[in-house]
Design a protein around this ligand. Structure first.
Ligand SMILES: [Zn+2]
Length: 324
């Protein structure tokens, strides 16, 4: 297996990445093969952690499908069953059946997007800020942080992702569940590689990168302007824009072209039938315009901290760092 050692040394030299025992995935994969027979490269893995069934499709369905098409193992955590969501058509669900129906809608979307595994944490949807759902004892926002973080650490250590994606701190538009799962995911991301934290949750694993989904403010502006041109009432969007809707453009680090996966995203969005009510933006925008908007997805790099103005065009670009 002398040949492997040469390749490893070359890899280290070419990429200059051997710092404090860390090296890029290719390097550690090759090292791992030195004592084995055959070549079994570890599959690149992406873990997305969101709050409700539909967050994955409306938000970054194109990204999930794009990477699944490339052979990346895509795993999704959904913290609640979306019990407080709308019921667009009473023939689809009742308040009592909505959780079950939305789980099925998410499984439908996962099939469209090529998601390999969906993990439901089973908390209750906390509803919009100020709604009675906030008070429910099983609501995600009322779950002890230690409990949720511990469970997420266990998932990270089992799934061993290279890249983790969750909401930005404001959850896009301030939904309490989005903000809560953001906090817990960030905490779990940083705890998962520490052998002293949650030792009962398995062997440590430090994912290389953490990204936030982050729709730039300019994109919301563009969507609003298009809707206005079509005579659609956009007061709701304007109000949200004034409240800080969207992410500052200069802090968007990745603009991902997902035009190869727009069809899958479109189909996944339409799996979430209970959420496509009369106010849905997708019922107002002509399909060709919607598809143009859907062809790009945006991320802020949270870890490792990006250089000011750093832009990437791939979540896995430059390889991945594997610790330990
Ligand atoms: Zn949501």
């Amino acid at each position: 297996m002398q040949g492997f050692r040469t390749v490893i040394e070359l890899t280290d030299q070419l990429w200059g990445v051997k710092h404090n025992g860390t090296c890029y995935e290719l390097c550690s994969t090759l090292k791992g093969q030195r004592g084995k027979r055959g070549i079994m490269a570890r599959k690149r893995t992406l873990l997305a952690v969101f709050a409700h069934p539909d967050d994955e499709s409306f938000g970054i369905g194109g990204t999930l499908a794009h990477y699944a098409r490339q052979g990346v193992r895509v795993v999704l955590v959904c913290a609640t069953n979306g019990e407080a969501g709308e019921i667009a058509d009473p023939s689809l669900a009742t308040r009592e059946t909505l959780a079950q129906v939305r789980q099925a809608e998410l499984r439908c979307a996962a099939r469209q997007l090529g998601i390999a595994e969906v993990i439901f944490l089973g908390y209750r949807d906390s509803g919009m800020k100020g709604s009675p759902d906030n008070q429910h004892p099983h609501a995600l926002i009322n779950a002890p942080a230690e409990e949720v973080v511990s469970r997420l650490v266990g998932i990270i250590r089992r799934v061993r992702p290279d890249v983790v994606i969750t909401f930005e701190p404001n959850g896009g538009y301030g939904h309490p569940d989005h903000m809560t799962i953001h906090r817990h995911t960030v905490a779990a991301f940083h705890a998962a590689g520490d052998p002293d934290r949650y030792p009962e949750q398995g062997a440590p694993w430090q994912p290389a990168r953490l990204f936030y989904t982050a729709i730039p403010r300019s994109v919301f502006r563009e969507i609003r302007q298009r809707l206005q041109e079509m005579g659609v009432d956009t007061r709701d969007i304007e109000e949200r824009e004034r409240a800080g809707l969207g992410w500052p453009d200069e802090q968007v680090n990745v603009v991902l072209d997902v035009s190869d996966s727009v069809e899958a995203k479109w189909r996944a969005i339409h799996c979430h039938r209970t959420q496509l009510g009369p106010k849905s933006i997708f019922l107002h925008i002509p399909e060709d315009v919607a598809r143009t908007i859907l062809a790009r997805e945006y991320f802020a790099l949270a870890y490792p901290p990006p250089a000011p103005g750093e832009r990437k065009y791939d979540l896995f670009e430059n390889g991945t760092v594997s610790l330990g």
